[in-house]
Ligand binder design. Structure first.
Ligand code: MRU
Length: 377
């Protein structure tokens, strides 16, 4: 078990992670990604020169997490525009790369709409592509701002729910700077609590099968100096029973109109545990993750991923050392069930924290009001 007890002194912050950037090269514009499949062993750049390359990076999870997928989708459409390609087709390809995180389609469609509007005004070629890029940059900036505001709202909510302080927070999957234009969603809240000296411990679920918790959240927790401990997903129950979890903080990939939340598989069992143990279960996500067009949880499409992600364990350390990195942990040919996400109903969620404020209790009306507020900005 990784266990880091010393918190970094307040004010000492690591340099920003080079998660995603637009680069103008002699060969044309490219999108440069931090390859998240190689973390924490290697900080390797992945250069996407076109939309098919970006679609591949999205499918392999080199770039991942709902808000960042939205940003990547937006830049992907800007890349297609800069290359003089069919922007609507590019937006469709990007949107279909993964089905659950609503931000991906949101980002791609938003930038495509900016390009279409420019063309509609008679702006052509390079100038229309520049408008598409400006829209992608605006989306990127807005996500950073949303991240800051979610951290503020989330921390205030925790102070209200847990006035005695010294929080032990449990999180699942990865929701930090690696998924965001800023410092993330749920992780950004934990980070703010840490910077205020009130985080006793961040419990980090390893998050099988692809280990976003072990590989990515532990990496982010360590570089920010948080006191954290890594646990296997199935150790969470005994942790709740021992009274060692004060609140659960997770992100979201899509929030339906009735407040049902799709997030990394393993979130729903945590919500059930939290309810049983009377522990607040808090979802932190920007309003761009709310999809009022999806009426309820049963309407959310949950991505099913290849069985080998379950029957094999891939070690980025193995990859870094030059090995194949995959260890088979099941009989050859074992069938596997591998949904990437699960859906938690609103009744199990204490609060949804967005950049526009907090919905608690979680109701469709409350969510719709927050979304209306964000669209007025
Ligand atoms: O399959 P992933 O790694 O893209 O899944 C990511 C998650 O489930 C995150 O918890 C979610 O996107 C919220 S990130 C703010």
């Amino acid at each position: 078990m990784a266990d880091q007890d010393a918190q970094s002194p307040a004010g000492v912050e690591p340099p920003a992670l080079p998660v995603l950037r637009w680069d103008e090269t002699p060969g044309g514009p490219v999108l440069v990604l931090l390859d998240q499949t190689r973390l924490p062993a290697q900080e390797t750049e992945l250069v996407c020169t076109d939309v098919p390359a970006l679609v591949g990076a999205i499918r392999t999870l080199a770039v991942r997490g709902a808000p960042l997928l939205g940003i990547a989708g937006g830049y992907g459409v800007a890349l297609a525009a800069a290359r003089g390609e069919d922007v609507a087709e590019a937006a469709g390809l990007l949107e279909r790369a993964r089905p659950t995180a609503v931000n991906l389609g949101y980002g791609a469609r938003r930038v495509a709409a900016a390009h279409t509007a420019a063309v509609g005004r008679g702006v052509g070629g390079a100038a229309a592509a520049a408008e598409a890029l400006a829209e992608a940059r605006a989306l990127h900036r807005e996500d950073a701002q949303a991240s800051r505001r979610m951290a503020e709202h989330g921390e205030a909510l925790l102070e209200e729910l847990l006035p005695s302080g010294g929080h032990q927070l449990l999180t699942h999957c990865n929701t930090g700077a690696l998924v965001s234009g800023g410092e993330g969603t749920a992780f950004a809240v934990a980070l703010r609590v840490h910077r205020q000296g009130r985080l006793r411990r961040l419990w980090v679920d390893e998050t099988r099968p692809l280990l976003q918790g072990a590989r990515l959240t532990a990496f982010e927790a360590a570089r920010n100096g948080l006191a954290y401990s890594l646990l296997t997903d199935n150790a969470a129950g005994s942790l709740f029973a021992a009274g060692e979890v004060d609140a659960v903080l997770i992100g979201a990939d899509r929030i339906a109109a009735d407040g049902s939340v799709a997030n990394k598989v393993g979130s729903y069992p945590l919500a059930v545990l939290a309810k049983y143990h009377h522990v607040p279960f808090i979802v932190v996500a920007p309003t761009t993750t709310v999809d009022l067009g999806t009426p309820d949880g049963t309407s959310i499409i949950v991505e099913q991923r290849p069985g080998n992600e379950v029957t094999e364990v891939t070690s980025p350390h193995g990859v870094a050392a030059g090995g194949g990195g995959a260890t088979v942990v099941a009989p050859l040919g074992a069938p596997a069930y591998n949904p990437a996400f699960d859906v938690t109903p609103a009744e199990l969620i204490t609060a949804i924290v967005t950049e526009e404020g907090v919905v608690s209790p979680v109701t469709g009306v409350g969510l719709a009001e927050l979304c209306a507020r964000s669209s007025q900005v």
